[in-house]
Design a protein around this ligand. Structure first.
Ligand SMILES: [Cu+2]
Length: 157
């Protein structure tokens, strides 16, 4: 009798352990692009769909790239009829949810390009998640806004 009870307890511990190990967030970055700008402009804007394909919430703590001196996440807010940008410190995405970064809305602010980024070039962005131990990497392709829009419409048909 005692032996049976022990086995049941061990089984419960194993089951709990496997649940804890499986619950994890997973950032998927789709349709990532950077809008072209004249080489003299010291900033670019980046857009993408950020989706949490995991089963635990994720929080984006930091975004970095060798191609830029500084990367931050911005929201566009209208104050007294004027569009202003505000930094989003930590973006939290629930399991199954997605955040769309698009022209006129939330976007990545890419400062101090470290090299020429003509249309067709690409830059790797690294997203540091949660405790900093987890990262996601995405390739952002440089395109002009019209080409990006056409490609997006094509993808949806
Ligand atoms: Cu901005």
């Amino acid at each position: 009798m005692k032996r049976v009870r022990f086995r049941w307890a061990a089984c419960a511990v194993l089951a709990l352990g496997s649940v804890a190990a499986q619950a994890a967030g997973r950032l998927v970055v789709d349709g990532a692009w950077i809008r072209t700008a004249p080489p003299t402009v010291a900033m670019r804007a980046g857009y993408a769909t950020l989706r949490n394909a995991g089963d635990a919430p994720i929080e984006i703590r930091r975004i970095r790239s060798d191609a830029f001196g500084d990367v931050s996440l911005h929201a566009t807010v209208i104050e007294n009829g004027v569009a202003r940008m505000r930094e989003i410190e930590n973006l939290r995405i629930a399991p199954g949810e997605q955040v769309v970064l698009e022209p006129g809305g939330r976007h990545l602010m890419l400062m101090q390009p470290q090299r020429e980024l003509a249309a067709g070039a690409s830059a790797t962005l690294i997203f540091d998640l949660d405790d900093g131990a987890t990262t996601a990497t995405a390739e952002f392709v440089v395109r002009d806004a019209e080409a990006a829009k056409a490609a997006d419409e094509h993808a949806h048909h």
